[in-house]
Design a protein. Structure first.
Length: 376
């Protein structure tokens, strides 16, 4: 077997935001869930040298060969180790190997990290050019887009990384269907203006311009997570799936900040967002759309919701989008309601773990988005 540092591989595709420097021998750090390294090889065997660090939340990897899943495993903490990804392949045939981080960036674990050091190939193997894809898509979301609940049985309710499976989400299914490169930014429990419990620090838009600053601290900063993202990839579509946690916070006790001040979210007598709180959401959506457009001048922006039913805030999101379009004359922004798990999931195999959307809901979301995009 011959090993190759990532910087030594001329033909490779890195998906997801990264601080990787192709001029150094440093490993590739995969930050976000669904981030991936893809190579196209003629080889009898393919090996991966990988390592991780964490305090509580270990990272998981999924491996695909030619788009089909073949393995999924936890990456042990500590020194880099070699793992065999495929053996006895036809060495005359090109095989696309996808190494996908199944676990989201874990904002509650300051040392959560995953490193790809080298690729090992059998003797006389070669790296081959990768086929160009038709478009680029950026996905912004919460636990649904992170793939929480796409591993494990419906009875599993522990909040552990084993039940995250970013490689099976609607986002990756849609990307495959559209033959698209993708990038995913998603955080379980986070929202537009606050998180599931009303915590205003759990708002994803505040981190949009950075590589992966949802995990703070000196260690992540040393990896480049807190650096500004260069937006060198020109996205054709930006798909947002945020609002589920903002909605859920209305039905939680008021969140208290570090000074003990309660942040109370108000509903009106019809169970909809009251005007004062609604303005916060509307302003938050509009500000986020402006920032996304700033860095994606030509992209079509699609805001989605509904894979978990929302009762309180859909009208706020809709109103914000209409206000934004009228104020900016930007007409390339769309709203799409997706079908809910409550309506779709009947059989056991339809369901996900942790009360989250299962395989059927993700599949139907990908199909609905595919048709919508084709219609555009």
């Amino acid at each position: 077997m011959k090993s190759y540092k990532i910087s030594e591989i001329n033909y490779k595709r890195i998906l997801g935001r990264t601080s990787f420097d192709n001029k150094s021998d440093s490993p590739l750090c995969l930050f976000w869930g669904a981030s991936a390294l893809e190579i196209n090889v003629k080889a009898e065997e393919v090996w991966l040298e990988v390592s991780s660090n964490y305090d509580t939340h270990e990272p998981w990897l999924s491996i695909e060969v030619n788009g089909a899943p073949v393995a999924r495993f936890m990456v042990e903490k500590g020194a880099a180790k070699w793992v065999c990804l495929a053996r006895n392949l036809n060495p005359q045939k090109e095989n696309l190997i996808s190494i996908i981080k199944d676990t989201q960036a874990m904002s509650g674990d300051l040392h959560h990290s995953l490193f790809i050091h080298s690729i090992g190939l059998s003797e006389n193997a070669t790296f081959c050019p990768l086929k160009e894809r038709k478009m680029n898509i950026e996905f912004l979301g919460d636990s649904i887009t992170s793939g929480e609940g796409l591993a494990g049985s419906p009875d599993e309710m522990e909040w552990i990384t084993q039940w995250f499976c970013a490689s099976k989400t609607y986002a990756l299914q849609l990307s495959k269907a559209l033959n698209a490169n993708y990038s995913v930014l998603s955080q379980c429990g986070w929202g537009i203006c606050w998180g599931w419990d009303g915590n205003v620090n759990a708002a994803l838009p505040a981190h949009y311009e950075n590589i992966c600053s949802v995990i703070g601290g000196d260690y992540q900063a040393s990896l480049g997570a807190c650096e500004k993202f260069n937006f060198d990839v020109k996205n054709d579509f930006v798909i947002i799936n945020l609002g589920t946690n903002d909605n859920g916070a209305f039905f939680q006790p008021p969140w208290k900040d570090e000074n003990g001040v309660e942040h109370i979210l108000h509903l009106d007598e019809k169970g909809k967002v009251a005007a004062d709180t609604g303005k916060i959401i509307i302003d938050g959506v509009k500000a986020f759309l402006k920032n996304i457009r700033k860095h994606n001048a030509e992209a079509k922006i699609i805001w989605t919701y509904g894979m978990i039913k929302l009762s309180a805030i859909p009208e706020c999101i809709s109103a914000a989008i209409e206000e934004y379009k009228n104020e900016s004359t930007d007409k390339n922004v769309y709203l799409l309601e997706l079908d809910s798990m409550e309506e779709l999931e009947v059989n056991l195999e339809d369901k996900g773990s942790r009360g989250h959307p299962g395989p059927k809901t993700h599949r139907m979301a990908a199909e609905k988005l595919f048709k919508f995009i084709k219609g555009l």
